[in-house]
Design a protein around this ligand. Structure first.
Ligand code: GTP
Ligand code: MG
Length: 365
């Protein structure tokens, strides 16, 4: 009897001890997280959103149960900010909810969404000083871009088939490995390939041409094939995780729009497609800010039936992709295998054109 009592006492004590230990562990974890996020705020003046920071999601909204969350998601509202900027009747219509419910959800989203803050111009200038530039192998193209392809930016390259978009991707991947004295970043590359056009042989060829060991280069290019648009977006999450241990300086999505274009067909799907693309691009931009990296996305063009005059082509994805990209390069084929790149949109450079060629060695003047 005595032993049984002692045994029970022991078990009870052990149980209490374990609960206390778990509580302490949890507190320590919370503290570490808080310190990490405060540190980030100090360093970057809150321009950068920590990819790891746990942010509220639509599931945390007051009055939103699993069924409503599902409806919101189905209507393409994955983010609080997207909901916060809606009007109650718009949200009610798009997510098939009552107007009173929509109104309440919007109020909640306004409180919880990360609206962002203001930082001083000097802080931004400091951050701009960290911008690095990557050579393309063509002096003319580098000059058009004010010295090369910039970090902390999304560059959209669009043009018809065979205009050289994938070749630019391959060349920038190789050049990213070069040391900075040679116009490189001495960093690593994530390559999201949606069309199965990544060719290691081509990388090897370009690498040898700039005096790099092709095996070293291929080792530092991390390639994933994206099977559909959802997978493509998941791969960006994967980059977020992997880039803790990999010094990412270039992220390529070739092509950004092909899956979206094939999956979201027709007018009715347009809003959802654009919202998803917008979110995808925002996540990519975040990565480029956090890692001071360059993001290169390629895009096809669609025939514009009403373009009897002027440029008969227009990039897919319209305003969303155009506005999210920091620089836009329009490529077209010219005589003798030459390519013409036109800088269409840039925050600080004049519009202009550059002529380059694609050779066996890669991009050249
Ligand atoms: P889509 O993805 O089909 O829209 O086209 P893209 O714009 O990605 O075209 P891509 O970059 O694949 O360019 C293909 C073109 O690059 C070919 O038609 C060739 O002119 C050129 N090219 C590709 N590889 C080589 C090569 O090894 N040597 C030479 N000289 N040219 C090449
Ligand atoms: Mg291509």
């Amino acid at each position: 009897m005595y032993y049984t009592f002692n045994y029970a006492k022991g078990v009870l004590l052990l149980f209490i001890y374990r609960i206390a230990l778990r509580d302490i562990e949890r507190k320590v974890r919370e503290m570490a997280k808080k310190i990490a996020s405060e540190k980030l705020d100090e360093e970057d003046g809150s321009i950068v959103i920590d990819a790891d920071e746990e942010q509220a999601t639509i599931d945390d909204l007051p009055g939103v149960g699993p069924a409503t969350a599902e409806k919101l998601r189905e209507a393409g509202f994955e983010e609080l900010l997207a909901i916060a900027v809606m009007s109650p009747n718009e949200l009610a219509e798009q997510a098939e909810l009552g107007e009173a419910v929509s109104s309440k959800i919007i109020q909640g989203a306004k409180k919880m969404a990360n609206i962002g803050g203001f930082v001083s111009g000097n802080k931004l200038l400091e951050r701009r000083k960290e911008v690095q530039k990557l050579t393309s192998g063509s002096a003319a193209l580098d000059e058009l871009l004010g010295g090369g392809f910039e970090t902390q930016a999304i560059v959209e390259v669009y043009g018809e088939f065979g205009s050289g978009k994938t070749q630019i991707g391959h060349q920038l991947a190789v050049n990213t490995i070069l040391p900075s004295e040679q116009g490189g970043f001495d960093g690593e590359i994530f390559y999201i390939d949606t069309e199965d056009t990544f060719r290691p042989e081509r990388i090897a060829q370009m690498a040898e041409a700039v005096g790099l060991d092709s095996s070293v280069v291929l080792d530092r290019i991390h390639v994933a094939r994206a099977y559909n648009s959802a997978h493509q977006m998941l791969l960006v999450d994967e980059i977020k995780k992997l880039s803790k241990n990999i010094d990412v300086k270039l992220i390529i999505v070739d092509s950004l729009t092909s899956h979206f274009r094939a999956e979201y067909v027709g007018r009715g799907m347009l809003a959802t497609r654009q919202q998803k693309l917008n979110r995808h691009l925002k996540e990519l931009k975040q990565l480029s800010d956090v890692h001071n990296a360059l993001v290169l996305v390629t895009n096809q063009v669609m025939s514009k039936p009403d373009a009897m005059w002027g440029d008969p082509t227009k990039a897919i994805g319209g305003h969303i992709v155009g506005h999210a990209s920091t620089f836009r390069l329009y490529l077209r084929k010219s005589k003798g295998g030459r390519r013409i790149a036109r800088l269409v949109d840039s925050p600080n450079l004049p519009e202009g054109e550059a002529v380059f060629t694609v050779t066996a060695e890669g991009l050249r003047d």
